[in-house]
Design a protein around this ligand. Structure first.
Ligand code: SF4
Length: 334
């Protein structure tokens, strides 16, 4: 894995206005993303985990520039993404592609697989000459393990796993450098999930792709990720190598999430001390002061109510990695 940065988010913020009344006056803001920063290195997989509503899907859309930020910057290969316009932005869109969560709804049922996978060539006409597009689509189908002769079939004629392969083939069509995988396997059966994850890994080593892999399933993220970021209520609370996050988490929220992951080994299961979080995730329209996790954290103290903990390098027992907790301390979760 290279240490060359391909994508960098710096203090990304996304607020949605809450409007009410006849005049639709803004009465508040939903703070979906509130100052998220990270680097994505060439050829690596950065996993992003967190409960639903933590802002990870908003982050995915922001990385694709499907939404404009309230504040913050995004840099791709040294280019400021949010200031690009017209042809320059179209050129950038080739390099960052997305694979969506639900293969059942993300493919147009009235279009053939050939049309779906070849759709990007209609927008980016110079990538493949018109006469060569069918051939290229068949190559892409072959690449993702589908029969190239099924190019004229419709999405309903494929299984869930095969449909996700169609989505991946479409994502690969423009030879991107980064793919945002937004919960790409969560709608699939467990046995099929492994096949799709293995395919993503194979394509990564073949083409040197970098992935941002967004998911709520910590086991899947562990399997595929080189580094992992944990999100809570619109902020990144812990960020480190896969081994650091899973073996020596220092943030109480990460520790609680990991303690809830099912353990297949019955002897280890008996030793597992599950951390049960009190209450629900607070509303992003009115996040708690200080550390946003303090209303549910069993380690919370007065400082946590008033002071925002920064995401900085903190000792983890064997080294250090980024954690946003005043009282960060490594805890081995069996
Ligand atoms: Fe818990 Fe305080 Fe750490 Fe936040 S800063 S995670 S409330 S101990």
């Amino acid at each position: 894995m290279s240490r060359e940065v391909i994508l960098e988010a710096d203090n990304l913020v996304k607020y949605y206005p809450i409007r009410a009344g006849v005049l639709r006056r803004t009465i508040g803001q939903v703070k979906a993303l509130d100052g998220v920063s990270f680097k994505l290195y060439k050829g690596e997989t950065l996993g992003i985990v967190g409960e639903s509503g933590c802002g990870k899907s908003t982050l995915g859309r922001m990385l694709m520039r499907l939404e404009e930020p309230t504040a913050g910057t995004l840099t791709f290969d040294g280019v400021d993404v949010y200031t690009q316009k017209g042809a320059a932005m179209r050129r950038l869109r080739r390099d960052i592609q997305i694979v969506f969560q639900d293969p059942y709804t993300s493919l147009n049922p009235r279009k053939t697989v050939g049309d779906i996978v070849g759709e990007p060539f209609e927008i980016h006409r110079d990538v493949v000459p018109k006469g060569g597009r069918r051939r290229r689509v068949q190559e892409l189908l072959d690449l993702v393990g589908l029969n190239p002769e099924h190019i004229n079939r419709y999405p309903h004629q494929f299984s869930g796993g095969q449909r996700q392969r169609i989505g991946i083939a479409r994502g690969l069509a423009l030879n991107p450098k980064v793919i945002i995988c937004d919960e790409p396997v969560s709608a699939l059966d467990v046995s099929v999930q492994a096949q799709v994850v293995n395919l993503l890994e194979k394509l990564q080593s073949e083409f040197g792709l970098a992935y941002v892999f967004i998911a709520h399933d910590l086991s899947v993220v562990r399997h595929i990720s080189d580094r992992v970021g944990v999100m809570y209520l619109g902020t990144m609370v812990e960020l480190g190598d896969e081994e650091q996050i899973y073996s020596r988490p220092t943030h109480p929220y990460t520790q609680a999430l990991l303690s809830a992951v099912p353990v297949p080994d019955p002897t280890l299961r008996g030793r597992r001390e599950q951390i049960v979080l009190a209450g629900d995730v607070p509303s992003p329209a009115n996040p708690p002061s200080g550390c946003r996790f303090h209303t549910r954290c069993w380690k919370a103290q007065q400082k946590c109510v008033t002071d925002v903990p920064l995401l900085i390098n903190r000792p983890d027992g064997r080294g250090a990695h980024d954690s946003a907790c005043h009282f960060a301390e490594a805890r081995v979760v069996v």
